[in-house]
Design a protein around this ligand. Sequence first.
Ligand code: MN
Ligand code: MN
Length: 432
Amino acid sequence: MITDTTLNQEDVSTKTEKASSSVSRRMFVGATALASAGFLGASAWGQDRSEQKAGRTPPSSSDPGPENQPLLKENPDSNMPPFTDHGNPGPVWFSFDLAPKRMQGGGWTHQVTQRELPSSKDIAGVNMRLTSGSFRELHWHTADEWAIMLTGKARVSVMQPDGKMFIDDLGPGDLWYFPAGFPHSIQGLADDGCEFLLVFDEGAFSEDDTFLLSEFLAHTSPEIVQKNTNWTREAWDKLPATELYIFEAPLPDTLEADRHFLGANLETKNKYTFRMGSMPATTSTPGGEVRIVDSSNFPVSLNIAAAMVTLKPGAIREMHWHPNVSEWQYWIKGTGRMTVVTTGAKARTMDFNANDVGFVPTMAGHSIENTGTEDVVFLEMFKTGRYQDVSLNQWIARMPDKMAEAHLKLAASTIRMAPQSKELVIKASPTS
Ligand code: MN
Ligand code: MN
């Protein structure tokens, strides 16, 4: 398994070997060359961080051995971290583009769970594609399911234990939420089916371990099925003997026709879908926008909350943390960088691209910067019914002058130059 922790450990050992071979070469060259190469000062280099603060490169930073250039180019901060990084707070990155696809007639799926990103114990993610007409087989599971449409169109249905069924059609930016145990379906519609992201409130969830309509029937004796359904033994023999999972099927009738079929059994009170893409921004600043969807505006979403963040080039998602839960991210668009700071002075910076997954441990301080030239769009996902965050700027703004000065070792006049409220997104400063 490739995790960013293992990559990092390899990086560290490789660097150490290269550093020692570089040292022996230099010793062979002689003392004058050593002095000109800056080696004599190396033992003290950066111990008080003065060299790093001045932006100087360590004299030992050359890397003459093998390198995976595409990986280095994509994640420079992982390989050569900012000088403020320290220790190892655990893996904070994975990518769906490293996760093997399960290919089926009708589509594919792959997942980033606790198996791929071991620190993510609260949330697992699945990315799925269904071609036009194809079904994700009728099923249910132990976790709650939150989903966002990435492309195309889909029809979803979910039945409540009271026998009422909700059915709706969805397009890009639309959400659905299915509580654990409620049986549901997803079908790709014309012209090109759909692709979507599923988020489950169990880190160890696996898309390969769901309860399936086909398996319930195939593994109950024909006599019981016959008594239960009045179907003949010949009919039982025709039922699927193994799972269908993802499979091709004819396109459905119109949504109106399917709703008409349900009649009084159509669920209309509880809404299991939500138009996140077209909702007004919860917060909008010159640096970007944040849309928050949780049980306060999407009432069925009792155990999963979401924030969709848009960052303009150079803007940051402000320094903050979440007081109630860890954060699982899905990057939809753009290029950025996140720094996570945990207890014991542990800090890690990673770069992110579209289709990457990020993780922030519960309570850990973090910030995200758009390092590219186009907008960044990413999702913050939480295993909680209510979104909550704590803003560093807002906290500092609430500190009386003497309290703030004593801790920050700055004059109050300087301290108050910071934003005095929670902005969520802060635009690029004129100097950056
Ligand atoms: Mn499901
Ligand atoms: Mn966050």
